[in-house]
Structure formats: structure tokens, C-alpha cells
Write a protein that binds this ligand. Structure first.
Ligand code: ADP
Ligand code: MG
Length: 401
């Protein structure tokens, strides 16, 4: 089956319960990574899938996991291992939505920073699927509250990120505790050395799925850069927010201190704002995330790590208050926007010294950044004189007819 031919979920031969859930979630057609991965996973194949952020990987594994559940065992059948608690919560949520019409399905999220007792209750109910961060999963395994001895499928989500964060030993220990014939499925934005190592060690004849960053699966994001530094960045950012009438934006800073200070400054100016960074306790991070998702405040200021993998629909614009330290972070950051139909804009503040750094990012990410400025009538325009919103509209509609 070639993915080009797949234009609707029905062609993937899904159960009526999943089809109903998918349509309730508002999805019209499978994304390319879903079209390719779902049949392979249901055949039981090991998979190594490389796909950029925002291409729908969660459902790409979530759908086949749910379709494959058996009722002849009480053991954990599938484990999804991912690098952060935020991602863990988000994946569990998406799986629960997919399972909305499968009432008996139990999904447990197991991650650090949450009292173990609460997770014990969920684990005692014999979940079919466990979504976990590596450390906490191992913790439960050593307490005997999680047993993977009858696991059918292990999914490693954001494998590059997870293995890079030094979890490679933990991930090995987890995989070592699964049966030798467990299906191992890996999703990654990049195929790093560590990803290859784990694939080599734990997969058999893995099918390769590759979704290019270019093409239709890439969100259409209008990307802009403007000269602005020091405290003027705050001013310029708010000018843009007000000018374009934005009500859901994410602002990225490289350091916790930047994020904290910026958050405080915005709050003092009466803006509806909250922050996410590593020093914020987990319970509060969860509250901040769901408040942002529900639109209860407008500006979320975050560090890269705290915002990793977070999925909020309708982020209208992303601001790079600082230029990210790593090229890849640039893509992760701007991938927060352009997911839904709304604007999809990314603004990067720079100083003259940053030009080379940005050129490098442009080359690496194959993105086009427009130079913009405020003209003397206060309009936000490109150096060639085009209106920023007009550029965004053109980019969004490009290639769509
Ligand atoms: P990734 O893990 O590849 O970064 P996600 O799984 O987080 O991507 O999905 C990104 C967004 O796309 C989510 O909001 C998700 O609900 C949505 N999405 C997933 N599949 C589809 C689809 N087939 N059609 C439309 N939107 C989808
Ligand atoms: Mg993902």
C-alpha cells in the first residue's frame, strides 16, 4: 500500500470506534507519517520513523496501539517511553481521546515529579498501556508495580531527544526487561548515533519511514526576523502582539532567568502571562499548561526544555526572544505555531552580530526568514515593503488550491 493512495482514515481499515474518535478530534485525513506507520505497526513490524515536529506522530503510534489491544491478558501490553513529563501527559491525553469509544481501555501516565501513590492507584487497575518517562518507569519496575514481561509493543517517542538527555542507559534497561520479540517502534525528528545504536541492538528488520521536512506535511509558518535588542525586545514584542491582535503566543528565552524576568515584566505591564521553566514545580507546570491550552492567559514564556513537545493548537505566533542555542531548537520552537488554520508566524529578535548565527539556522532548517521593521507610520512591514500579515497569508495558502 503506497501512502500517496491513502486519502482517508477508512482506507487504513480502522475499527468504527477509532474512526469515530478520529473524526470527533476533527481529523479529515491521515498525515503522511500516519498513513505509512499505521499499516506497518499493525503488521507487527519494528519501525524507525523519522519525521519532523507537528506531523502527527502521536496518533501514528496511538491508533495501532489501541487497535492492537487484546483482551486475553491483564498484563501491560504497550509502553510508550518519552523524554519529558509534559510530553507524557500530552501523549496520555491524546491516547485517551482516541480511546473515547473504547470504554474498557486503561491508560496510565507515569512520570517523575508526581507523587508515586497516585500512579500506584492507576497501575493497580491494570492498565493496557503505560506512558512513561524512563526514570520513573524504572522506579516502578524495581518496586514491582510495573512488569513488562509480557509487553507486545514498546514505543520510543522523541527518541533522539530522550537518548541524548542521557537516558540511553535507562532505555536499555527498560528494553532489556521486555520479551525478546517485543515490537520496538522508534519516532525521532533526527536519527542520531544513539538512535542507531538502540535500533541496532533492539530491532529486527525494522521498516524505515521518512517524512521530509519539506512538502505538505510541513506547517506553513511565516518567519520573520527583526533588529531589536535589550529591553526594546519586550516593547517590540508587545507592539507586534497588539498590532496583529494576537491572543495566544509563545515566547522562548534561552535561560530560566530570562524567562522569569520577562514574565515578571509583562505581568507588571498588566499582560495576561505565565511562565514555564525547569524551576517551576511539576504540579504548577501542569496547571500552567492546561490554562494556556484552555486560553485562560495569552502569553506563555518558556525555556526550550520546559516547552519540549508541548502541543497547543492555535498558537498564533512564536517569538524568539533569544536566538536558540541549537539549530534544532529553532524548528521545535516555531513548530508550536501553524498547526491549526490560524496565522502561523514566528518572529526572531536579533542584533547585528546575530546575522551569521541566523544564516546558519536558515541554512540548517531550510527556512526563509523575512527581514521586517516598523515603518514611521507604525506599520510592520518587510524591508521590501510588504505587510507582515499579507506575507503570512500568502505563505499559508501557497501550494493549496
Ligand atoms: P508530532 O508528535 O509529530 O510533533 P503531534 O502528534 O503532536 O505531532 O500532532 C501535532 C498536531 O496535529 C496535534 O494537534 C494533533 O492533534 C494534530 N493531528 C494529528 N493527526 C492529525 C490529522 N490526521 N489531521 C489533522 N491534525 C492532526
Ligand atoms: Mg510528538
Amino acid at each position: 500500500m503506497k501512502d500517496e493512495e491513502i486519502t482517508c482514515f477508512e482506507q487504513l481499515e480502522l475499527s468504527s470506534e477509532i474512526l469515530k474518535a478520529v473524526s470527533r478530534m476533527g481529523f479529515m485525513a491521515p498525515t503522511p507519517v500516519q498513513a505509512q506507520t499505521i499499516p506497518l505497526m499493525r503488521q507487527g513490524s519494528d519501525i524507525i520513523a523519522k519525521a519532523p515536529t507537528g506531523t502527527g506522530k502521536t496518533c501514528a503510534f496511538g491508533i495501532p496501539l489501541l487497535e492492537g489491544l487484546r483482551d486475553d491478558t491483564d498484563d501491560i501490553q504497550a509502553a510508550v517511553v518519552c523524554p519529558t513529563r509534559e510530553l507524557c501527559i500530552q501523549i496520555a491525553e491524546e491516547l485517551r481521546q482516541l480511546a473515547a469509544f473504547l470504554p474498557g481501555v486503561r491508560i496510565a501516565a507515569v512520570y517523575g515529579g508526581q507523587p508515586i501513590a497516585r500512579q500506584l492507584t492507576a497501575l493497580k487497575k491494570r492498565p493496557h498501556i503505560v506512558v512513561a518517562t524512563p526514570g520513573r518507569l524504572l522506579d516502578h519496575m524495581s518496586r514491582g508495580t510495573v512488569w513488562l514481561g509480557n509487553l507486545y509493543t514498546a514505543v520510543l517517542d522523541e527518541a533522539d531527544e530522550m537518548l541524548k538527555m542521557g537516558f540511553i542507559r535507562d532505555v536499555r534497561r527498560i528494553l532489556n526487561a521486555t520479551p525478546a520479540d517485543t515490537q520496538v517502534v522508534m519516532f525521532s525528528a533526527t536519527i542520531s548515533r544513539e538512535v542507531m545504536d538502540v535500533a541496532w541492538e533492539y530491532q529486527h528488520n525494522a521498516a524505515e519511514v521518512q517524512i521530509a521536512a519539506e512538502g505538505d506535511s510541513r506547517p506553513r509558518i511565516a518567519q520573520f526576523q527583526l533588529m531589536s535588542s535589550g529591553s526594546r525586545r519586550t516593547e517590540d514584542m508587545l507592539r507586534i502582539v497588539d498590532l496583529l491582535d494576537l491572543h495566544r503566543v509563545m515566547v522562548f528565552g534561552n535561560r530560566k532567568s530570562t524567562v522569569r524576568q520577562l514574565g515578571e515584566r509583562l505581568r507588571r505591564q498588566g499582560r495576561s502571562v505565565d511562565c514555564l521553566h525547569g524551576d517551576i514545580p511539576q504540579s504548577q507546570r501542569n496547571r500552567v499548561m492546561s490554562a494556556f491550552r484552555e486560553g485562560r492567559f495569552e502569553i506563555l514564556v518558556a525555556t526550550d526544555v520546559a516547552a519540549r513537545g508541548i502541543d497547543v493548537d492555535d498558537v498564533e505566533a512564536v517569538f524568539n526572544y533569544d536566538i536558540p542555542d541549537e539549530n534544532e531548537y529553532y524548528l521545535h520552537r516555531i513548530g508550536r505555531t501553524g498547526r491549526a488554520k490560524r496565522h502561523g508566524m514566528a518572529f526572531t529578535f536579533m542584533t547585528p552580530d546575530d546575522r551569521f548565527r541566523l544564516r546558519d539556522i536558515r541554512k540548517y532548517t531550510h527556512s526563509e526568514l523575512w527581514d521586517i521593521h516598523f515603518d514611521d507610520r507604525g506599520r510592520l512591514i518587510s524591508d521590501e515593503g510588504a505587510d507582515v500579515e499579507e506575507i503570512a497569508r500568502r505563505i499559508q495558502t501557497a501550494g493549496k488550491d
